[in-house]
Design a protein around this ligand. Structure first.
Ligand SMILES: [Zn+2]
Length: 307
């Protein structure tokens, strides 16, 4: 079995956008329960927070300063975007979320493990270079990719994003950085509905509402896999959102657990071809707690089982 890390941090459960918000702390508790009895999964609970210099590899200094300045006092919540509210713990949680993604990359590249799954909140893939958006403050996967490129010295990193929403923030950050191949599948038309850039290193896979697993797999086989094989990434990062599940309340695709397991295995096969198997996955969306738990378990089991 491949050595697989499960990286999380207690601050992720303290970030609370308020009652009734779908991006709730219970998501991490549900995932934790689902991963409890997976023998051999190595738990890491103390990833260091991302430093400002880590964040500014993906964001403007003005954005990082503005988010930090927005931190409210006890018992207060403030909105940094119409969908994105923060409490007194959110900024620390956001630093640890990005830090967990870096820690996963660091340990995998240092050969401490083959794969890592980071169960983190707040999520990241909607956060643009200069803007918080869609429950996201800092773009965790983008911060980790830039760390792999600029600090560790890799030349090519792929980011695969199967969240039901387009990873507009990741696209915004890497629009002019072809060291990153960004593959994103998403329900379309749908939130966030930002303009899509046309670049060879940006692979868009829009899916109509109602798309099922069979059509999803065909689209991934046509759009993602040949592009990934040509690109030969040295590391694969995954923006693992599970809100394309048919039971998810926020969207209208019809994937099930076995589809997430399938796409995970396809990405692992590419990682084995060019990246010495190295793959780090970070949590994005997924809002039905039962479907989220089952989907994450399938995803992590695929990481653990793959040789
Ligand atoms: Zn989403």
């Amino acid at each position: 079995m491949a050595r697989t890390l499960y990286i999380t941090h207690p601050s992720g459960r303290l970030h609370d956008p308020g009652s009734g918000h779908p991006e709730c702390p219970q998501r991490l508790a549900a995932i934790d329960a689902a991963l409890q009895n997976l023998d051999g999964l190595e738990r890491v609970e103390d990833p260091p927070p991302a430093a400002n210099e880590d964040l500014t590899r993906a964001h403007t200094r003005a954005h990082v300063d503005a988010i930090q300045a927005a931190q409210p006092g006890p018992g207060v919540r403030v909105a940094v975007d119409p969908d994105t509210r923060i409490n007194q713990h959110s900024i620390l949680a956001a630093h640890h979320a990005a830090g967990a993604a870096i820690e996963g990359v660091r340990r995998v590249l240092d050969d401490k493990a083959a794969h890592a799954f980071c169960a983190i909140r707040p999520p990241g893939h909607h956060a643009e270079r200069d803007r918080a958006m869609g429950f996201c403050l800092f773009n965790n996967v983008a911060v980790a990719a830039r760390w792999a490129l600029d600090v560790h010295g890799l030349d090519r990193v792929a980011i695969a994003d199967f969240d039901v929403h387009h990873g507009n923030g990741t696209e915004d950050i890497f629009r002019d950085d072809p060291r990153v191949l960004f593959c994103s599948s998403f329900q379309h038309p749908f939130y966030p509905d930002r303009p899509l850039s046309r670049r060879e290193h940006l692979i868009h896979t829009p899916l109509a509402a109602g798309t099922d697993g069979r059509a999803f797999r065909t689209a991934i086989e046509l759009d993602w896999l040949p592009a990934l094989e040509r690109f030969r990434p040295e590391l694969i990062l995954v923006s693992a959102g599970f809100d394309a599940h048919r039971e998810d309340p926020l969207a209208g695709l019809n994937l099930v657990e076995s589809d997430f397991e399938w796409v995970t295995r396809q990405l692992l096969a590419i990682a084995n071809q060019s990246a010495a198997g190295q793959l780090v996955s970070v949590l994005e969306g997924g809002y039905d707690l039962a479907a989220l738990s089952r989907s994450v378990r399938s995803h992590v089991r695929a990481l653990m089982d793959f040789r």
